[in-house]
Design a protein around this ligand. Structure first.
Ligand code: AVJ
Length: 325
């Protein structure tokens, strides 16, 4: 791992997996009986741009609601977390949400972690310019692979900030493992501030992933463009369509790309057959009840602390302290 000094208060560590791993992961996913691609691959430059557009959609209540919660309760949240923390954000993206906490929280150092290198760098530079008193150490890595952060300072009271309901992308068992990794990382005396989407009326959920402007459809289809570019593939984007629905028994939104015909696609030299209507499963977005999420966190080694919700009970920002011993 190499750490670059980019500015007086800005460092950057690149731990991103090489492109060969991307190709292998894509091909392995497409070989499965239910063809599957990881949602972490959505976020190339265009994917980041489309995701930011999704966050502003009227139907996509998640971002707006979480920002409302963080804005309204920033002081209370800061009191709960305490000052001078090493604040690590997973999937920091444009670092828009942490801005709502920085003045109240005054962390010793802020560590944005994201898989999208250029996006992370650009966001960190802007943040450094806007908060000259803040020490920033950006890290490009895939935290879903193995939760290891060798560049982290060996200090107490680390806090991981994991907003945006990104935890919803993990299978509940994987989410528990990730939380266990986080608990180990913030040991001792640290904590986790996490935002997750709550279970609710299926129509509200379904609309959030089937917006009328079709931005979510573009976001989903962009994954194929990304694979064409980075894994020598020949997906025809107009021969697949976006499909999203709430799988109630599983408590998750599922996103798929469905083939419009019987066709063949070549990816990294390997041919894949698609039946008419056959899908590639591209994302799960799990929704939780508050108690359901607390029990998952307890199993991972956390004690539930305060939580903050919006009035309509759409979204929850929850603090967890790592259990001692
Ligand atoms: C980034 C996982 C929170 O599941 O709501 C938005 C991604 N996908 N619209 C979500 C997403 C389609 C999003 N997360």
């Amino acid at each position: 791992m190499q750490t670059e000094l980019i500015g007086p208060h800005l460092r950057f560590s690149d731990l991103k997996p090489p492109p060969a791993d991307f190709r292998r992961e894509v091909v392995e996913g497409l070989r499965l009986p239910q063809k599957t691609l990881s949602p972490k691959f959505f976020y190339d430059a265009e994917g980041c741009r489309l995701f930011e557009a999704i966050c502003d959609l009227p139907e996509y209540y998640l971002t707006r609601t979480e920002i409302g919660i963080l804005t309204e309760h920033a002081d209370d949240i800061a009191r709960t977390l305490g000052q001078d923390r090493t604040l690590i954000e997973l999937g920091s993206g444009n670092s828009r949400k942490v801005r709502l906490l920085l003045e109240a929280l005054r962390p010793a150092v802020y560590i944005p972690v994201d898989i999208a290198r250029e996006h992370l760098l650009a966001a960190s530079r802007t943040l450094a310019a806007d908060y000259p008193w803040l020490d920033i150490h950006a890290a490009c890595l895939d935290y879903s692979e193995r939760f290891e952060m060798p560049f982290l300072p060996d200090v107490q009271r680390k806090v991981i900030f994991f907003p945006g309901s990104s935890i919803g992308n993990f299978e509940p068992a994987e989410a528990e493992n990730l939380l266990r990794g986080i608990a180990q990382c913030v040991q001792p005396n640290g904590g986790l501030l996490i935002g997750f989407d709550l279970k609710k009326d299926a129509n509200i959920l379904q609309a959030a992933y089937n917006d009328s402007a079709g931005v979510t459809a573009q976001f989903n289809l962009n994954l194929l463009r990304c694979i064409n570019a980075k894994a020598a593939a020949n997906f025809a984007l107009d021969l697949f369509h976006h499909h999203a629905f709430y799988n109630e028994p599983q408590g998750r939104i599922e996103m798929h790309l469905c083939s419009e015909s019987c066709q063949q696609v070549v990816v990294a030299g390997e041919t894949f057959d698609f039946l008419d209507g056959e899908s590639i499963h591209t994302e799960n977005s799990y929704k939780y009840g508050i108690e359901e999420f607390r029990s998952l966190a307890r199993n991972a080694g956390f004690e539930p602390g305060h939580c903050w919700c919006d009035r309509d009970g759409l979204f929850c920002v929850h603090y967890f302290a790592v259990s001692s011993g």
